[in-house]
Design a protein around this ligand. Structure first.
Ligand SMILES: Cc1ncc(COP(=O)(O)O)c(C=O)c1O
Length: 484
């Protein structure tokens, strides 16, 4: 056996720079070796000292050197071969990373995704008045709730949702939306989109057909398409979904997706006759009706239109709602009211997908509801949004005459503007975008329809001044197409 001291004396010393304060020995050795390789002091293919020699030279434990060698091997700086020790790689990972420009990745178009970041500029369709959100109240409840947090709440949650929140949602829906339900039927989700995704996979799939409003909410179409279902676009008119057309196109569809309170696209409310007809079809064929009640809290004149679910006596309607529009989009909490038969299979899939919703935000929201802050906020927002819609309607009458018309619908966070100058939805959206204005073209919502010319203009999140500036911007953007 070779004498250790003799052997150490034979191995050339590998000089390393000083260690930084608070740097661990392992980090230091890694940084220095990598640097020595990158600036050529340790050339390609050069053999490194054995781990135990390097350890001795620098007063390190052998384990530290072994760990650094391991990491650098995994990253491609070093290679080891049995019998020939450890050497510097011939080709370094940094070169591999920078060997020529990467091919650009073209993201597939996702309707709406390109607008997701542009909520602060008028007229994003789904932006509530965020400056009006009672942040102080929310913060007070949040800190109180956090101070009382139990280990159980930190450990996990109920796949159906926090019980106190489900109770508060059931009470709210009964009193304000005419939904007939108990807390046991309510499941908390991250919002309508997650509810739709889970439902699409549960109720539809390859070989099944789904009625989707045309024009309609592209997020629903996406969910059903991803589940493998065939999308059947059913035209919408001023009374909502044309049930007769659905019956003609696909009488045996598995489900129908509707926004009866405030149609996503045209803003209309589904008439009582159509509601009854739709429920009759669902009852007779055992189809499901998926009611997306995404912004029906906001109705500014007349009586609120109760939910379709409350009319259903056969247990065929699934009611979806969200707090992401009534409170703030980043909250990511919504709910679904399920007929009893669907509860167990839905929860099983939910558990498989994301286990359970986050407990702490749910607990905060439950108290926010129970203490009446939600009701108060809704009342304030209804008044404010009504004023903002009126401002938009007035400005549109004054400055967009001959270009676009806004129907007299008093609801929602956005309104439709019908283009009356022959401009297509795409063109209107593009010209507006050139002036940094969001005018969400209805072409994004159309399945087979080619007769729809319009844009959605969100008003809820913008002040009178912003609305005026936005309308003047639209007038300038569309001017050369006036009265074509
Ligand atoms: C008609 C409709 N349904 C559902 C959603 C999604 O709601 P959530 O944010 O709760 O997932 C939107 C949001 O833009 C919507 O417009």
């Amino acid at each position: 056996m070779e004498n250790a001291a003799k052997r150490a004396a034979r191995v050339p010393e590998l000089p390393l720079g000083p260690r930084r304060p608070e740097e661990s020995l392992q980090d230091w050795l890694y940084r220095e070796l990598r640097q020595a390789i990158l600036d050529g002091r340790l050339g390609r293919g050069r053999k490194l000292p054995a781990t135990r020699d390097l350890a001795r030279q620098h007063g390190l434990s052998r384990g530290t050197v072994v760990a650094v060698f391991e990491q650098m091997r995994a990253e491609g700086y070093l290679i080891s071969r049995v019998g020939s020790g450890t050497r510097v790689s011939e080709r370094l990972p940094d070169e591999r990373l920078s060997s020529g420009p990467a091919a650009p990745i073209e993201a597939p178009p996702v309707p709406g995704l390109d607008l997701a970041e542009k909520t602060s500029r008028p007229f994003h369709p789904n932006r509530p008045a965020l400056a009006q959100f009672p942040v102080e109240t929310w913060a007070r409840i949040a800190s109180r709730r956090l101070r009382r947090v139990t280990p159980g709440m930190l450990a996990g949650g109920d796949p159906q949702g926090y019980p106190a929140l489900r109770q508060a949602v059931a009470e709210y829906l009964g009193a304000s939306r005419g939904v007939r339900c108990v807390a046991e039927q309510v499941v908390v989700t991250s919002g309508v989109q997650q509810s739709l995704d889970l439902l699409a996979r549960l109720l539809t799939g390859p070989g099944s057909r789904v009625w989707v409003e045309d024009p309609g909410y592209f997020g629903a179409t996406d969910a059903f398409r991803h589940a493998g279902a065939e999308i059947v676009g059913v035209p919408v008119d001023e009374s909502g979904l044309q049930v007769d057309e659905g019956l003609r196109l696909a009488p045996n569809a598995a489900a129908a997706y509707v926004t009866p309170g405030h149609h996503f696209g045209l803003g209309v409310t589904m008439s009582a006759a159509r509601r009854i007809q739709l429920l009759g079809w669902a009852r007779q064929t055992d189809a499901w009706v998926i009611e997306d009640d995404y912004d029906s809290e906001f109705r500014f004149s007349g009586r609120p239109v109760p939910a379709l679910q409350g009319l259903d006596t056969a247990g065929r309607v699934i009611h979806l709602g969200t707090f992401n529009k009534t409170l703030f989009p980043a909250l990511r909490l919504g709910y679904i009211v399920l007929p009893e038969a669907l509860l167990e299979p839905f929860l099983r899939r939910r558990y498989e997908l994301d286990r359970y919703p986050p407990t702490i935000p749910q607990a905060i929201l439950a108290e926010f509801l129970a203490e009446g802050h939600f009701g108060r906020h809704l009342r304030r927002m209804r008044e404010l949004y009504a004023e903002r819609l009126e401002a938009l309607q007035d400005d549109a009458r004054r400055f967009l005459a001959g270009l676009a018309e806004i129907p007299a619908i008093q609801a929602g966070l956005f309104t439709t503007a019908r283009l009356v100058n022959g401009m297509s939805s795409e063109e209107a959206e593009r010209l507006a975008a050139e002036r940094e204005i969001t005018a969400f073209g209805l072409h994004r919502c159309c399945l087979r329809r080619t007769d729809i010319r319009g844009v959605q203009l969100g008003f809820a999140g913008y002040t009178r001044t912003e609305i005026r500036a936005g309308v003047l911007g639209l007038a300038a953007a569309w001017e050369r197409r006036r009265g074509v």
